[in-house]
Design a protein around this ligand. Structure first.
Ligand code: AMP
Length: 145
């Protein structure tokens, strides 16, 4: 088998459905297992790690909301609960960790084909590619025609 376990990273916005659809078709064609992963980014990280209050309640809510959103997002794919995963942390790190722990041999992410300043700022797809524990496919988003 070319790939046995495909991990698709989803940010749970509608645009990402194209990425999940692509991964699903690929997994079906290869007779591989498919898992979906969404990474919740800690609020403290978004604010530079320096927030003078207890964020644990908010983070718990973030986590619960992400679980609900994941279930809605994945409703059409007919995957068992354990193949819908939520992690907490920095997307690159968590995607690599889950791919390693679950012996995934292909990671699928969306890519915006950025250019100019946005390219300098980088993207999750770029991040994930560097140091990935397995092959990575970047599905181009926002294609015209
Ligand atoms: P971006 O860098 O925000 O344009 O995201 C590109 C792709 O990275 C998305 O289409 C997803 O495949 C993946 N991605 C971005 N953020 C997350 C996240 N929080 N959890 C899982 N995957 C993500």
């Amino acid at each position: 088998m070319l790939y046995k376990h495909v991990l698709v990273a989803v940010d749970l916005i509608e645009e990402c459905r194209a990425v999940a659809d692509h991964a699903m078709q690929l997994a079906n064609a290869l007779n591989a297992k498919l898992s979906l992963l969404h990474v919740v980014e800690p609020l403290a990280m978004a604010y530079g790690g320096d927030v003078p209050m207890d964020l644990s309640m908010l983070q718990q809510q973030q986590f619960e909301q992400a679980k609900e959103r994941m279930q809605l997002f994945a409703a059409d794919y007919g995957l068992p609960e354990e193949q819908l995963q939520i992690a907490f942390g920095q997307p690159r790190q968590e995607i690599h960790r889950v791919a390693t722990e679950q012996a995934c041999d292909l990671i699928v992410v969306g890519s915006h084909g950025r250019h100019g300043l946005a390219l300098l700022l980088g993207s999750t797809a770029n991040d994930v590619l560097h140091g990935a524990p397995c092959d990575v496919i970047a599905v181009r988003l926002g294609k015209k025609g």
